[in-house]
Design a protein around this ligand. Structure first.
Ligand code: ASP
Length: 617
């Protein structure tokens, strides 16, 4: 175990009764010194008449030996069990020849104990702390303080601290100020539900916890700070699908009198330093590739492309339009498209394997997956008969297919085609091992549409948030065809994961008002919800823009962890519960009384049914 480069505690004031050194610090040069160490019993071994303790603290492990000659201390050592908190005193000695442990930075020495103080005994922990074995995650989260003692978790949290510190240093060196913004405030929408806090002094009124500091950081630009950042908590009440947490951390930043290019360069510099300075990973390309949204969709079917490997999507709509194959022709004629990818190295797929690929495409909405195989004498497969030799050649060329490749096609609405091929492409990445886990492909995706159409709710809504500046040349489209407006929006993507989103902001009240009305927020409502910002913009608000890289995701990716809970000290479960603190939980009736809240008893009836008794007052 070697958790940090710097394992020195010796800054500790003299007279510390627990330790003179850390358990990660002693080396051969300390042989002969009398020392005190404090920490946990990592493991106890009784061997050849001696007792060996691996003493563990935050900085490492040191082997401590107890000899039977020191009868009293030896007897006390016999009682020790894992996770007892102890302090020992003794002499640093060289380990006997052949007993050195090259795996351990302290492996040349051991401490021969002459005194032992038990600071606190421990119950048997619910899982082993001294070794990596799969443990039920609920149990880990319930006993998080023990889970965090484990090596891997200690390393993750220490690593996180180092990265966050580097962020602070990097930005401070460039004139940024770290400024805190309130947690109890009014709503800032980022596409999720608000967490609300009832206001005791204002019966029936609520604070909202911020989904991000978005409005405050813009107001800080109006306030003249020019360069702001904050390691900020974003609180979002989202349905707990996938790798989400009710609260996550962002490196929130904002600049005045800036451009998109300047913000991208700033963040690119920071991420390059982080990857190269703190990890063994390699950046795929510097400078990071920059793709427009349209290009990302066309080539990869997603705005979060994993660009570590090829298998790029080809558009064969024009060939399909003229073909005999009705399914293809129909998709194009009804305004959709036909696109595909060519994949090599699959051998000959069985009917069952093709069926599996079809079901992967179906998770993206595709109603079918057409395929052709490229053979020495032309194309084969169930739909080969619909294509002439020239069409076959054209298909191959459009997808860049080589002999013995499979070509897979989806014909549908663009959104379905993209999503289905994206999923198929990622499946092939994993199946064929196409992406190097030690490579980080960071890239920028820019020029997103400002709005998108929400199919379920039948309305237009902002793609990112409603404070984003449209491209100057698209301003007239706000009145005529808002879905065509491109925003000055950018995302940072790594290996298919979105790491950051940002934008140049609107800074003029009329334009902000217009964007509100485009998403059907009437002036009175805009005034009620965003009055402070609209008013602030009337006082010479400077042009400004920013971004908010997610901290948890980045650490997860750099540490090769499967989810963000592994890099947060106290995450919630996937069901949004804090198992350790048992939250959320009911509160005392007096507390509710003070808040003027009455709880309606749960019934079997659905939420849409009218309240029957004890309505919220
Ligand atoms: N506030 C935005 C978010 O949380 C980021 C930004 O636009 O700076 O996604």
């Amino acid at each position: 175990m070697h958790r940090e480069d710097n394992g020195k505690s010796s800054g500790s004031p003299s007279g510390n009764p627990y330790r003179t050194h850390t358990a990660g610090e002693l080396r051969a040069k300390n042989v002969g010194e009398r020392v005190r160490l404090a920490g946990w019993v990592n493991r106890r071994r009784d061997h050849g008449g001696l007792i060996f303790i691996d003493l563990r603290d935050r900085w490492g492990i040191t082997q401590v030996t107890f000899h039977p000659e020191a009868a009293e201390v030896f007897a006390a050592a016999e009682e020790l069990r894992p996770e007892w908190s102890i302090s020992i005193e003794g002499e640093v000695v060289e380990r006997p020849e052949g007993n050195e442990n090259p795996e351990l930075p302290t492996g040349e020495i051991e401490v021969s104990a002459t005194a032992l103080e038990v600071l606190n005994a421990s119950e048997t922990p619910p899982f082993e702390i001294d070794r990596e074995r799969p443990v039920d995650e609920l149990l880990r989260l319930k006993y998080r303080y023990l889970d965090l003692r484990r090596d891997r978790m200690q390393e993750n949290i220490v690593f996180r601290h180092r990265i966050v510190k580097h962020m602070r240093d990097y930005l401070t060196a460039r004139g940024f100020l770290e400024i805190e913004t309130p947690l109890l405030t009014a709503s800032t929408p980022e596409g999720a539900r608000d967490y609300l806090v009832p206001a005791r002094l204002y019966p029936g009124e609520f604070y909202a916890l911020p989904q991000s500091p978005q409005q405050f950081k813009q107001l800080l630009m109006v306030a003249g700070f020019e360069r702001y950042f904050q390691i900020a908590r974003a609180l979002r009440d989202e349905d707990q699908r996938g790798d989400r947490q009710p609260e996550h951390t962002q490196l929130d930043l904002e600049m005045s009198y800036t451009t998109q290019g300047e913000i991208l360069d700033l963040v690119e510099g920071l991420y390059t330093e982080i990857v190269e300075g703190f990890t063994g990973k390699r950046l795929l390309r510097k400078p990071f590739p920059r793709l427009t949204y349209a290009e990302a969709m066309d080539r990869y079917g997603t705005d979060k492309p994993d660009v570590r490997f090829g298998l790029e999507i080809g558009d064969v709509s024009e060939i399909a339009r003229g073909s005999e194959f009705k399914v293809f022709r129909g998709a194009v004629e009804s305004g959709g498209s036909v696109r595909g990818i060519a994949v090599g190295g699959l051998g000959d797929l069985s009917r069952r394997e093709i069926g599996e690929l079809e079901s992967i495409a179906a998770t993206g909405g595709a109603r079918g997956l057409a395929y052709l195989k490229v053979g020495p004498d032309g194309l084969s497969g169930p739909i080969a008969k619909f294509f002439s030799a020239e069409e076959g050649e054209a298909l191959k060329e459009a997808l860049g297919a080589k002999e013995s490749d499979y070509m897979f096609f989806v014909a549908d609405r663009d959104a379905v085609v993209f999503e289905s091929l994206n999923r198929l492409r990622l499946h092939m990445r994993d199946r064929l091992g196409l992406a190097d886990p030690n490579v980080l492909a960071l890239c920028w995706v820019t020029d997103f549409p400002l709005f998108e159409w929400n199919e379920d709710e039948g309305r237009i809504e902002p793609m990112h948030h409603m404070f984003t500046m449209p491209r100057e040349e698209d301003l007239p489209l706000l009145d005529t065809d808002p879905l065509k407006v491109i925003g000055q929006l950018y995302d940072l993507v790594a290996n298919g994961t979105e790491l950051a989103s940002g934008s140049i902001r609107i800074h003029r009240p009329e334009l902000q008002q217009k964007v509100f009305s485009t998403v059907n927020i009437l002036p009175e409502e805009a005034e009620r919800r965003f009055g402070a910002m609209l008013e602030a913009f009337r006082y010479g608000a400077p042009p400004h823009g920013g971004i908010a890289p997610g901290v948890d995701r980045l650490i997860m990716l750099l540490r090769d962890e499967p989810n963000i809970r592994e890099v947060m000290a106290f995450p919630k479960t996937q069901a949004a519960r804090d198992e350790m603190m048992d939250a959320p939980s009911p509160v005392a009736p007096e507390q509710l009384e003070e808040l003027h809240i009455a709880i309606r008893p749960r019934t079997q009836r659905g939420p849409e049914d009218p309240p029957r008794e004890n309505p919220v007052t």
